[in-house]
Write a protein that binds this ligand. Structure first.
Ligand code: SAH
Length: 255
């Protein structure tokens, strides 16, 4: 049996209870070493065989999994954050299905959620935006034309941009040409939740490139853009959920 597990964003105690249990029971662990905090491997059995997939190709990962299956061992395939977000798990799941290997998936706390926690932000601020777009900018990995930053920006939602910190300058120019004001708030969160390593840079479209350069951030960072970051109490609407005027299934309106 193979368990695909989300390790969470970095701090080892942000793995789920289930993920930690599966990790502690696994005979074989293959972790995405380029991003997973190795501290999390302390949950593994001392005798567990541990592989870092950063140095492996898909076929090698599948080889390790197949050998473990033949030996009746349990494997955890450990991905950073949540495996469904840029985790490249589909190709592994398809390869396992083709080989008749049973697997399941345990979700994790994605880094865009750890970034919101670090920023103490609400991405879906009532009256400001009710939508979060998770994307990356096309670079070495192409993105469909219909999902260019310029097109997505037109919706004026909260944007969480993965895997693109090296393209911040292009992103800034594209957002400005899509009509974003130079005063639009932008945050860059580096290593969200990693103990002692997290960095938060808060700026605006017109100064964020410089601020990020000064902070020497060139990887493991998320770019968050949108008015939810600088809205003041008078800029958003209070939620209906906790309003006395609004009744719902669990509470009657009081006015
Ligand atoms: N599955 C992961 C994303 C993997 S793609 C998740 O759900 O978070 C790798 C990209 O994720 C990085 O380039 C960076 O943009 C982002 N990332 C991963 N961990 C991060 C962290 N702790 N802080 C900030 N960004 C992170």
């Amino acid at each position: 049996m193979v368990h695909i597990v989300g390790a969470g964003p970095g701090d080892p105690d942000l793995i789920t209870v289930r993920g930690q249990r599966l990790l502690s029971e696994a005979d074989v662990v293959i972790y995405a070493g380029s991003l997973v905090n190795e501290e999390i491997l302390r949950f593994c059995k001392p005798e567990a065989e541990i592989y870092n997939s950063a140095q492996m190709m898909l076929e090698e990962v599948m080889h390790v999994i197949s050998l473990a299956e033949q030996a009746g061992k349990t494997t955890v395939r450990l991905h950073t954050g949540d495996p469904s977000i840029y985790g490249a798990i589909r190709e592994q799941m398809d390869a396992m299905t083709a080989r008749g290997i049973a697997f399941d998936v345990t979700p994790g706390v994605s880094s865009f959620l750890a970034a919101a926690a670090a920023l103490k932000a609400e991405y879906t601020l009532p009256g400001v935006t009710q939508t979060v777009i998770i994307t990356r900018r096309g670079g070495r990995t192409p993105v469909p034309d219909s999902e260019s930053i310029k097109k997505l920006a037109q919706h004026q939602t909260t944007l969480c941009i993965f895997l693109s910190i090296n393209l911040l300058d292009e992103i800034k120019r594209e957002l400005m040409s899509a009509g974003f004001k130079s005063s639009t708030p932008v945050a860059v969160v580096y290593k969200a939740s990693w103990p002692g390593e997290e960095k938060i840079i808060q700026g605006r479209l017109d100064n964020i490139v410089q601020l990020v350069k000064e902070a020497n951030i060139d990887r493991t960072a998320l770019i968050i853009i949108g008015r939810c970051l600088d809205s003041k109490p008078e800029d958003y609407q209070k939620s209906n959920l906790y309003s006395p005027k609004f009744g719902h299934m669990f509470r009657q309106a009081r006015f």
